[in-house]
Design a protein around this ligand. Structure first.
Ligand code: UN1
Length: 490
């Protein structure tokens, strides 16, 4: 299958006519051919979005919402097919791929409803015969730059609120997951989104991303990806005073206290650490354990990890799929080698998985014990199936360890003690906190995002997304028929 860009309502070839293969990471098969666009393609898309903004911003928000409702219906009808295409394209097991698509469906229906809400507020004026209100205004062209690990959910978190707020979109998906981006834009087209309102440009960060960041006609940038790229995005877009939302990953921890339900904790840990092969921003990569349960938890985890089945995500027996690329696999292994060199104890895993039936980028789910909070494997985001166990005395120390990383996306605590639960909620310095559940599984109607190195203070999803994708306008209506001076005529 050869994919095309979508510019001003037309499916078009990249002007240089260059294509790259999109590869199934579990078996190396070519899934699609992807356009390699350049600055000209990108500028055309930006100009189409700029032109469409003038009409789209005046379409009543409930009508914009109705289109998203149709998008949700279409996604629902194609859910299984989209999920299978996702597994083929980026490797996550199909049960999780279904969840990824479902997250997009949820976002479509939620944002469809925002078409009839998008609440502003009225407030009394300090002067008589004067009315005051604050409303949400559309902003302009939104540059949407998304990662490969949630190829459906993350684009929808950005594109749907952008649209319901009245902005138009230039969408540059990750090079690793073009098919899902293509399918999403096909659905938007089928749902009746007018020409130019959503534009899709495939290509590299240097050829396409840079143009989006630097073009003065792009007003907003919403980016999810690595910390390093995020800094570059912020610095570049900052030069142009663009509004920028960054979501840059995590080093998320699960805390297990002595009184925890260990069986439940083990389930939560396995799901959070090895689900999506550890390639979630919200994945758990640190386990902070109170000393009383440390040995038992380590042993129970080791047994369960050994029984996880690696394989193609479309096979029903598979628990853990491949990593996205060979480069990702090499990076994971470098961290594992470093962990051992720094003195951590390798309990399970620690190698690329080599079995005759697996030709993809598979890595054994890996558990380290005797990790100290300062070790590199306990500080840096690995983005793979590697879990590090740190022992602590009590909750105070657990919270300190949790908070001493540069990231602040999600955290979790397993305990039965309500007092310690509320202390944890207050003191864990992350944007998302789970009680008696793992670190993954955020729902779309709550704010998603993190503190410190995870981003730049914005939140996605929920009504927080509207705050990013709209501009507040304060409106004063004086019906006194005379000049009334605020702060003067008191
Ligand atoms: C991500 O990894 O970037 O909470 C997003 C979760 C999912 C979203 C993860 N709902 O794990």
């Amino acid at each position: 299958m050869r994919l095309h860009n979508y510019i001003d309502g037309q499916w078009v070839e990249p002007q240089l006519g260059r294509y790259e293969p999109d590869i199934d990471p579990a078996n190396g098969e070519v899934v699609a051919e992807v356009p390699q666009s350049d600055a000209k393609d990108t500028q055309r898309a930006i100009q189409a979005a700029k032109k469409a903004f003038e009409t789209w911003r005046k379409v009543p928000a409930p009508k914009r919402g109705e289109m998203l409702f149709r998008v949700g219906e279409l996604m629902k009808a194609q859910k299984e097919d989209l999920a299978q295409a996702m597994t083929r394209e980026m490797g996550k097991v199909v049960t999780e791929a279904r969840g990824d698509v479902q997250e997009g469906i949820d976002m479509a229906f939620y944002m469809a409803g925002e078409g009839r809400r998008s609440f502003g507020y009225t407030t009394p004026s300090e002067l008589p015969d004067k009315f005051a209100m604050a409303t949400r205004d559309p902003i302009g062209v939104a540059g949407i730059i998304t990662p490969w690990n949630f190829p459906m959910a993350i684009p929808t978190w950005k594109i749907f609120p952008a649209l319901v707020c009245g902005n138009t979109v230039v969408f540059k998906p990750a090079s690793e997951t073009p098919v899902l981006a293509y399918r999403l834009v096909k659905i938007l087209e089928e749902a009746g989104i007018p020409s130019g309102v959503v534009n899709l440009v495939f290509g590299s960060g240097t050829d396409v991303g840079e143009v989006i960041l630097n073009d003065p006609d792009v007003a907003l940038i919403s980016f999810t990806g690595s910390n390093e790229t995020g800094r570059h995005v912020a610095a570049t877009a900052g030069q142009h005073l663009k509004r920028v939302s960054l979501e840059l990953g995590g080093k998320n921890a699960i805390i297990v206290l002595d009184d925890a339900d260990l069986e439940l904790a083990v389930e939560g840990i396995l799901w959070s650490a090895f689900g999506t092969t550890g390639q979630r921003c919200t994945a758990c990569s640190r386990l902070i354990v109170q000393k009383g349960v440390y040995p038992e938890l380590r042993d129970r985890l080791a047994t369960r990890i050994r029984s996880l089945t690696l394989g193609h995500g479309l096979e029903t027996a598979t628990d853990v799929g491949p990593l996205i690329t060979k480069k990702a696999l090499d990076k994971v292994h470098r961290y594992v080698v470093l962990g051992q060199r720094e003195g951590a104890q390798l309990v399970v895993g620690g190698h690329a998985a080599v079995t005759p039936s697996l030709h993809g980028h598979f890595y054994e789910p890996t558990l380290f014990a005797n990790v100290t909070p300062e070790m590199t494997i306990a500080q840096e985001e690995i983005f793979g199936p590697v879990l590090s166990m740190i022992q602590v005395e009590d909750l105070d120390e657990a919270v300190r360890v949790n908070n001493q990383v540069v990231y602040g996306l999600s955290s979790s605590i397993f305990t039965q003690d309500v007092n310690r639960v509320f202390q944890a909620i207050r003191d864990l310095a992350t944007g998302i906190v789970y009680i008696n559940a793992g670190t993954t599984g955020a729902e779309i109607h709550l704010p998603f995002g993190g503190t410190r190195g995870t981003g730049n203070g914005h939140r996605e999803a929920g009504t927080a997304a509207l705050d990013f994708f709209s501009e507040w306008k304060a409106v004063y209506v004086d019906f006194s028929g005379r000049l009334q001076r605020a702060q003067i005529d008191t």
